[in-house]
Design a protein around this ligand. Structure first.
Ligand SMILES: [Zn+2]
Length: 217
């Protein structure tokens, strides 16, 4: 075997070993063959090698390269998925802990359920939403107090079937945002939620809506 052929063989073996060892390397690193090993291997490849042996080495290199590339790609994909899940978990945790501020209740497409909610909350399905105010017509007794003892506030208080959604739960109503299950109502059973608003006109105007509901926490 000529010197140049032996050197070629040594390079192939070096590259094969280098690539095989790169399971944890990035795909980009595969474009930089590790030359350090080739000089070490040069001395060990002292015997005459046949064309078949060289062909086998070339095949091994191709296989090892493809394997390392696939492993690097799989690793990058897994890392991206883990990073996305961590970001979603963090966003979700802030929904669980941030104070539920009072706000004007209105549908907004900016309040559709995010991936963070969809992958972490419990989906309760599609609910019928009605709206009520503190007046005697809406509220019966009109004491102003909710079933859980709080003073109802628009943007925070909703009435639920407490056998489905326990009082005190944080609830995400798609298109409307985060609320707290503070109240109950005689007609509020199963997949119905009565959303508190501050005036009877607004309760009337909002009418009846349907929305996907998620139980947070
Ligand atoms: Zn009313």
């Amino acid at each position: 075997m000529s010197i140049s052929l032996r050197k070629h063989m040594a390079k192939l073996l070096a590259a094969t070993l280098a690539v095989s060892a790169m399971a944890t390397a990035s795909a980009a690193a595969l474009d930089q063959p590790v030359a350090v090993l080739s000089s070490n291997l040069n001395s060990s490849v002292g015997t005459v090698l046949t064309a078949d042996e060289i062909k086998t080495a070339e095949q091994s290199l191709a296989e090892a390269t493809a394997k390392a590339k696939a492993e690097a790609e799989a690793k990058a994909k897994a890392e991206a998925a883990a990073a996305k899940a961590a970001a979603e978990k963090s966003e979700y945790n802030s929904l669980l802990t941030a104070p539920v501020s009072t706000k004007t209740v209105a549908y907004s497409s900016s309040l559709l359920a995010s991936d963070a909610i969809k992958s972490n909350a419990t989906s309760l399905g599609n609910y019928k939403l009605t709206f009520y105010c503190p007046c005697a017509v809406c509220n019966g007794t009109s004491s102003g107090k909710t079933a859980s003892g709080t003073i109802a506030a628009e943007g925070r208080t909703i009435a639920v079937d407490s056998s489905v959604i326990p009082l005190g739960s944080r609830v995400y109503i798609e298109g409307y945002g985060v609320f707290i299950a503070e109240d109950t109502g005689g007609a509020i059973k199963n997949n119905k939620i009565d959303v508190f608003v501050s005036s009877h006109d607004r309760a009337y105007d909002l009418g009846v809506q349907y929305a996907n509901v998620y139980l947070l926490g």
